[in-house]
Design a protein around this ligand. Structure first.
Ligand SMILES: Cc1ncc(COP(=O)(O)O)c(C=O)c1O
Length: 364
């Protein structure tokens, strides 16, 4: 058998997760898994949602439409786009954010793809698999010669630093970049944990912006594999429709129904509000702990603070692992200066504050 080799390597984040589990089994000791990109303060309570689902319905049991259930797309319009029904045609449901990023990289005919200097490693893996040339930017005002051959990824709050840009600066920069003909891919699945405003709606009015969103983070349901793509480009949407059909043949009906109930019903909204409140509260306490104990990397944060769900600390991955803390070395989130960044680690701050301080207290 002859195999097409992608030249991408397996995710080190997933690799570290496996290493933590193995160490726990072998030593019988509990590790604190801060290597993960999920909210682990509390689970979202779905008890009231489950009661509302009819498992014996056609809707639950049979293929969903290629671009997703209209009910869910409609609820997304209400949740993200100020109930503007004319935007419904611009929304396609996807099985989470990762496949959505992969589809955008394939569909946009860009010669160069730009990632932030500190970036989620999966971006470059996807670009490698799809044979796209990628480069890096320091900040959004420092591009030269952007054109329609370029695709710029934006992740805010950033994975891995947890830094949130000023919204006005972010918005104006996106306008500038897209004015030059470049496409902006806005991939910010952590934003809605912290914000409930009209930013996505404003963003959706700018031409050449593609929004990739996910329900993995802000409602805590990474296991359901639901996200969406928003684009106001009709040709893009029509190609996307074809690709969604032949890649996925419909996204899980069950998952779409659950997500729809969470973002559209009174009980669902209460559940995600509680989930986010508890999550943010613990995140803030954890960031405060890192700051008080001088664990944040100064040359990354300068006079700012991360908002979460990640922070970068001045201890390396091996040291943390020896102290039974799973974390990901920052060399996995950059392309150059790996020797400098390997002294630092990305940790999730979305865990219970009592456990966080118990484990991190031991490394001071
Ligand atoms: C920046 C960023 N984008 C997208 C995703 C994709 O998540 P999912 O495929 O679960 O929607 C993640 C997950 O870790 C992420 O950190």
């Amino acid at each position: 058998m002859k195999i097409n080799i992608s030249n991408a390597t397996f995710s080190s984040i997933v690799g570290i997760g496996e290493k933590v589990k193995k160490a726990e089994l072998e030593s019988g000791e509990k590790y604190l898994a801060l290597n993960r990109g999920v909210n682990a303060v509390v689970d979202i309570n779905l008890s009231e949602i489950v009661k509302q689902i009819d498992f014996n319905s056609k809707e639950f049991q049979v293929y969903a439409p290629t671009r997703g259930f209209n009910n869910l797309r409609d609820s997304i319009i209400n949740e993200y786009f100020q109930s503007k029904k004319e935007k419904l045609k611009n929304i396609s449901i996807t099985p989470g954010g990762m496949p959505a990023l992969d589809l955008v990289i394939q569909l946009v005919d860009a010669k160069r793809v730009f990632f932030p200097k500190l970036y989620w490693g999966s971006y470059s893996k996807i670009a490698t698999i799809r044979g796209k040339k990628y480069l890096f930017y320091n900040d959004l005002s420092n591009f030269d010669n952007l054109s329609e051959d370029d695709l710029v990824f934006i992740c805010d709050p950033n994975n891995p630093t947890g830094i949130k840009m000023d919204d006005h600066y972010l918005f104006e920069s996106i306008k500038e970049i897209t004015k030059k003909g470049a496409t902006v891919l806005f991939d910010s699945p952590y934003r809605k944990i912290f914000y409930d405003d009209d930013f996505f709606d404003k963003l959706s009015e700018i031409d050449n912006v593609i929004i990739v969103e996910s329900f993995s983070k802000w409602i805590g349901l990474s296991g359901l594999r639901v996200g969406f793509i928003y684009s106001n480009n009709d040709i893009f949407n029509s190609e996307l429709n074809i690709r969604l059909l032949y890649e996925f043949n419909g996204i899980s009906s069950a998952s779409q129904i659950v997500v729809d109930k969470i973002i559209s019903t009174k009980e669902g909204k209460l559940a995600h509000t509680e989930f986010r409140k508890e999550t943010i509260n613990n995140i803030q306490q954890n960031i405060d702990f890192l700051k008080r104990n001088s664990l944040l990397v100064e040359n990354i944060y300068e006079n700012r603070l991360p908002i979460g769900i990640f922070a970068v600390i001045n201890r390396d991955e091996d040291f943390l692992f020896r102290n039974r803390i799973g974390a990901v070395g920052m060399d996995k989130f950059c392309y150059s200066d790996k020797d400098i960044y390997s002294k630092y680690s990305r940790v999730s701050v979305s865990v219970k504050n009592s456990i966080f301080t118990e484990y991190l207290g031991k490394i001071l």
